[in-house]
Write a protein that binds this ligand. Sequence first.
Ligand SMILES: O=C(O)CCC(=O)C(=O)O
Ligand SMILES: [Fe+2]
Length: 327
Amino acid sequence: MTSAKASEAAPGPTALPIIDVSLLDAPAPDSRARLARQLDRACQDSGFFYVTGHGIPTELIDAVFRQSRALFALPEHSKRQLDKARSAANRGYEPLRGQTLEPGAPPDLKEGFYIGEELDEGDPRVRAGRFNQGPNQWPQALPDFAPVMMRYFDAMNRLSARIMTALALALGLPTDHFRAFCEQPLSTLRLLHYPPQPAHASPGEKGCGAHTDFGGITVLLLDEHPGLQIWDHRHRRWLQADPVPGTFVVNLGDMIARWTNDRYRSTLHRVVNLSGAERYSVPFFYSGNPDHEVRCLPNCLTAGEQPRYPATTVERHLIEMYRKTYA
Ligand SMILES: O=C(O)CCC(=O)C(=O)O
Ligand SMILES: [Fe+2]
C-alpha cells in the first residue's frame, strides 16, 4: 500500500514508543486513557511500537527460539519433506530465497516455517476449502516442537485480542468493538532464520525485502540481533528497530489502514542482517475472523471525506494480497 522508494541511505536510530498493555487492567481511572492516547499517537505516526506488560512467560519464549533453531538446523532433505508447497493451507517449510517480498529485488535471504491453527480434514472450514485452513506439517524428529508452538500460538492469539481491545480504545470505540473480529481468528505463526548478510551480496539483496504486512496486526518476537528497519515517511529514511529485551514489536497491517481510511499506518519495513550472526525472529500475523466485514470506520471519516477503499471481508482482502505478492 505504501510506495516509498527504498533509499539505500544508512539507517538512523529509532525512538519507537514502548506501550504497556497491562494498563488495560490498571485500577487507576486515567490508565486506560493514557494507554489510548499513547497508542493513538503511535498508530498515526508509524503503526510500529514495542509492547511490554504482555504477560508471555520468558520460559515459553526461550522454548520457541530453541525449537526454531533446532528446526532450521535439521538436514536440508528433512526440511524439504515439510515443504509448504505440499500443503493446501500454506503450512510448513519455505526454503532460503523462497519468497521475494520486494518486487524487483533479489529473493529474500531467509528461510521460514509456517504454522496455523491445527484443523483436520473433517473440519467444516477445511472441507469448504477456506483460505489457509488445514492441518500443519510437523517435524517428526523434534517431539517438543508442535506442543511448544501450539502453546505459543494460543498465547499470541490471546495477546493479539488484547491489543485489539486497546486499539478500540485508541480509536475512541467501545472496548468490545472488535470482539466478533477476534472470534475464530485466522492467524499465522512464522518462524524465520536469516543467515548473516554475505560480504559480497548482490545489489539490493536483503534478509527480507521492503514490504507492508497485509493482515490485521503483527506481533513480532526478535532475538538479540538487530536487522529490522522501518520506513520513516516524514524524513524519507530507514530507521533501525533494534530488539528491546522483554518486549514484542507490534505493527499494523494493511487491513487496519483500510479500516481507518489510512489514519492508522501500515508502514513499509525490511530486514538486513548486518549483525554478522545467524538471526532468528518469530512474526505472528493476526488477521481475525475470515468472514468479518472490513469497511471504513465511521469515526475515521472527517466531514466531506470519502472511504478510500471499498468494503471487503478479511478473507477476500487476504486472498487479494496473497495473489499480489506471490504472483
Ligand atoms: O524478521 C523480522 O524482523 C521482520 C519479519 C517481517 O517483517 C515479516 O515476516 O513480515
Ligand atoms: Fe513484515
